[in-house]
Design a protein around this ligand. Structure first.
Ligand code: FE2
Length: 375
C-alpha cells in the first residue's frame, strides 16, 4: 500500500541506526507540509513568547504592538540560541545572547557589534491566520499558502450566529498524530477507556453508519440514553432525563477531527436540538509527539459547570496514557508490528489510507518539481 522512507533514530545505547519508516504505520505517519495546522489557541499568543514545536520545526510565537500574531523560527542564525529565550522589543525579538534583533518578517534589524547586516541574518517567518479561537499556521512553502485549503469554519461551529465558543485546552501527547486521529475516530473505546464519563455504556455495541467523501471519514451513531451525573455535566444535560443522541465523528485530513453531539428530547422531538460541536486540532509536533487542541461550540448559551474542565482534562489524559503506551511499543518493537483489525476499525483504516495518499501525493509533487530557474 505505502512506500517507505529512511529514518535515522537513536537507540538506547546512543547508536544511530537507520530503518525504514512504514508509511502505513500509525505510529510513524509523516505529516504533509503544504497544509494549515492549528498552531495555538488564540489566547495563548500574547506580547510574551510561546515556543512550540510543529512538524519538527521549533517556532516562537508572539504578538506585535497592533495585536497581529507572528511565528518565527526559534533559533538565532548567529550562534543558535532559541530566540524565545530573548525579549520582545517593540515588534521585534532581541536575542538573549548577543542582542541581535529580528522583526516580524524574520529579517535581522540590528547587530549591536556592527552596522552592516548581512542578508543571511534572517529567520523563517511562517504565514499565520487568526480565525475565532485558533491561530493557524502554514508549514509549507510560504508562496503556496492557500487559504482555500482551510476547513470551513461554519462546519466547525465557529462562525454560527448566536453559538457559544468555549476554548478549553491544548494537551501535548507523546504519540504520532495519526494515533490520536484514529483514537478520535474510534468511539467504541468510550464505553471502556472512559467508562461512565461520555456515555452510559451502550456506545461500543451501537450500530453505525460510515461515509467517505472528499478524503474525509464520517461516522454516525444514533442511540437512546439516560445521562448519569458525569455525562450530564459534560454536555449540559439533565441527569436522569432520557435523550435521543446522535454522535458524529468526522476526520478531516490532515489536521482536524470534529465530534458533534446532537441531543433531542424524545417527548418533544420538534424542539431545537441541543448541539455541541467539538473540533479537535490534531497537530504533529516533534519526533512522534502531537498537540491536541480542544474547543466546544454549542447551540445553547449555558456555561459548562465549573468542574467540567478538570473532568475533560482527566478524560483526555486517559487517551494520552494509552496512546503513549502504543507509541512506545511500536518504537521498541518495530514500526512493522502487525495489527489485527475488526469491523469497527474500518473507518480509522480508511482514514489512514487517505493520510498515506496525501503524504505520497506531496512527496511525488516534490520529486517532480522543477528546480527554480530551470526551463
Ligand atoms: Fe478517548
Amino acid at each position: 500500500m505505502a512506500g517507505n522512507t529512511e529514518e535515522h533514530f537513536v537507540t538506547d545505547k546512543n547508536v544511530i541506526r537507520t530503518r525504514k519508516r512504514m508509511l502505513s504505520c500509525p505510529a510513524a505517519m509523516i505529516a504533509p507540509r503544504n497544509q494549515w495546522y492549528i498552531a495555538a489557541l488564540s489566547q495563548e499568543v500574547t506580547r510574551g513568547m510561546l515556543s512550540r514545536q510543529i512538524l519538527d520545526d521549533h517556532i516562537v510565537f508572539f504578538r506585535t504592538e497592533d495585536g497581529s500574531p507572528v511565528g518565527l523560527a526559534d533559533r538565532c542564525p548567529h550562534r543558535g540560541v532559541p530566540l524565545s529565550m530573548g525579549t520582545i522589543k517593540d515588534d521585534a525579538i532581541r536575542c538573549a545572547y548577543h542582542g541581535f534583533e529580528f522583526g516580524k518578517t524574520g529579517v535581522c534589524q540590528r547587530v549591536p557589534s556592527q552596522s552592516r547586516i548581512m542578508p543571511q541574518l534572517a529567520v523563517q517567518s511562517y504565514p499565520l491566520l487568526e480565525i475565532g479561537p485558533y491561530i493557524w499556521i502554514w508549514m509549507g512553502d510560504p508562496a503556496r499558502a492557500d487559504e482555500s485549503l482551510l476547513p470551513d469554519q461554519f462546519e466547525l461551529g465557529i462562525t454560527r450566529p448566536d453559538w457559544k465558543i468555549t476554548p478549553l485546552f491544548v494537551m501535548e501527547m507523546g504519540c504520532n498524530y495519526q494515533l490520536l486521529h484514529e483514537n478520535l475516530l474510534d468511539v467504541s473505546h468510550i464505553s471502556f477507556l472512559h467508562a461512565g464519563m461520555l456515555d452510559t455504556g451502550s456506545m461500543a455495541a451501537a450500530s453505525f453508519k460510515a461515509s467517505y467523501a472528499g478524503g474525509r471519514v464520517r461516522i454516525s451513531r444514533d442511540l437512546n440514553e439516560i445521562p448519569n451525573d458525569v455525562m450530564a455535566k459534560t454536555f449540559n444535560l439533565t441527569a436522569g432525563k432520557p435523550v435521543r443522541r446522535t454522535l458524529i465523528t468526522e476526520a478531516i485530513p490532515p489536521q482536524l477531527s470534529v465530534i458533534t453531539n446532537i441531543f433531542t428530547d424524545p417527548e418533544n422531538p420538534n424542539a431545537p436540538p441541543h448541539t455541541m460541536i467539538s473540533p479537535q486540532g490534531v497537530t504533529p509536533s516533534g519526533n512522534n509527539r502531537c498537540l491536541n487542541f480542544l474547543i466546544n461550540c454549542t447551540s445553547y448559551p449555558d456555561e459548562q459547570p465549573e468542574d467540567a474542565l478538570p473532568h475533560l482534562w482527566k478524560l483526555f489524559e486517559q487517551d494520552k496514557v494509552v496512546l503513549e503506551a502504543v507509541q512506545k511499543r511500536f518504537d521498541e518493537e518495530g514500526w512493522d508490528l502487525p495489527e489485527v483489525s475488526v469491523m469497527a476499525d474500518a473507518a480509522a483504516l480508511n482514514f489512514r489510507l487517505k493520510m498515506v495518499e496525501l503524504v505520497e501525493a506531496e512527496r511525488e509533487k516534490a520529486a517532480t518539481a522543477k528546480p527554480l530557474g530551470s526551463t
